[in-house]
Design a protein around this ligand. Structure first.
Ligand SMILES: Cc1ncc(COP(=O)(O)O)c(C=O)c1O
Length: 323
């Protein structure tokens, strides 16, 4: 994935050129990881473009900001409108959407409170995160030697940039060792999640996923997959999973906005099930892709249509700006 520098970025109420979307190097966020963010997607469907659960993503963004005492001072409906304007200004009929709320430039010290709370929205085209093949063939992963942070250290329910220092350690270790991803355990040695994905395990036709108390991000895809799986008639259980369940599973798969639904074919070089995408992973994947492609009626209200103009639309001035 590389960026197209013709893209436009929303920064504090104004649409600016990609090259001008800059902040000062003394901004608090650069030194202390003081930002919260989201990753959502807009899909191209036969009926036009549609955001997938944008409301849930922006709710989580505001939840994350609340945990970190960051009040951006803009109503969620106006930030939603800002996302619409950013996508329209870029004329992308399918894209990844990255809203970010961060502590800007004022003073430098651990205390972020004196620093202004600012926001930006980036969008870009982003295909399958773990590769197109991965969706069909599955990926090879390892259990990370790095744990997820304990409860009451870095809150897992906040999607904070600071959490991704841990995620980067997990990801780098996996990649350097020749794996696509790492699965982190929580400090009790129980299964938590991937560096940027939630995880599901299937054994004897029952689908399991670690609970919120296992230091997992409350994933929007995780929630969607639980709903789709139950609708398909599967039993889904949120419960603690010991590491060895990963080796005894019939199927294991990652889910997330970037990874969508990606099967795992081996863990620590132990083959998962038959070593390829299993039938339940395939059924869930199909249900998910049929849904996001808008093939079936939107029975959950998860798709929000958005009109993408043929030529990128000039933004409506400072709409969505705080002042
Ligand atoms: C650590 C982590 N877990 C899980 C997920 C999946 O969450 P979602 O489905 O909301 O994208 C992500 C992606 O944002 C993540 O970064």
């Amino acid at each position: 994935m590389s960026f197209n520098d013709n893209l436009k970025v929303w920064m504090n109420g104004r649409i600016v050129e990609w090259k001008n979307a800059t902040i000062h190097v003394a901004s608090h966020v650069i030194h202390y990881g003081s930002a919260v963010f989201e990753g959502a997607r807009c899909y191209k469907t036969p009926k036009g473009s549609a955001f997938f659960r944008l409301d849930a993503h922006l709710r989580r963004l505001y939840d994350s900001a609340r945990i970190y005492r960051m009040d951006y001072g803009l109503d969620r409906a106006l930030l939603t409108q800002a996302v619409v304007e950013t996508v329209q200004a870029n004329g992308l009929d399918a894209c990844y959407i990255r809203p970010l709320i961060y502590r800007g430039y004022h003073t430098l010290g651990v205390n972020p409170i004196p620093c202004p709370v600012e926001a930006a929205i980036l969008v870009w085209e982003w295909g399958a995160y773990l590769g197109d093949d991965a969706l069909e063939q599955g990926v090879d992963v390892r259990v990370s030697s790095w744990n997820r942070a304990a409860q009451n250290t870095f809150p897992a329910m906040a999607k904070s940039t600071a959490n991704y220092a841990n995620a980067a350690l997990i990801k780098m270790e996996a990649v350097v060792d020749g794996y696509s991803e790492g699965i982190a355990l929580n400090p009790d040695g129980l299964v938590s999640e991937g560096s940027g994905q939630n995880l599901f395990v299937v054994r004897d036709d029952i689908i399991y996923t670690p609970p919120m108390s296992a230091s997992v991000l409350p994933g929007i895809t995780r929630d969607s997959v639980m709903t789709l799986a139950r609708d398909l008639g599967y039993q889904v259980r949120e419960q603690d999973l010991p590491r060895e369940m990963l080796y005894l599973a019939d199927e294991v798969f990652f889910v997330g906005t970037a990874a969508e639904v990606t099967p795992i074919r081996s863990i620590d070089k132990i083959q998962v099930g038959a070593g390829r995408r299993g039938p339940i992973s395939r059924a869930i994947q199909q249900a998910f892709f049929v849904f996001i492609n808008g093939v079936l009626p939107d029975r959950y209200g998860w798709l929000q249509p958005v009109e993408i103009p043929a030529a990128p639309r000039e933004p409506a001035g400072a709409r969505g700006a705080r002042s």
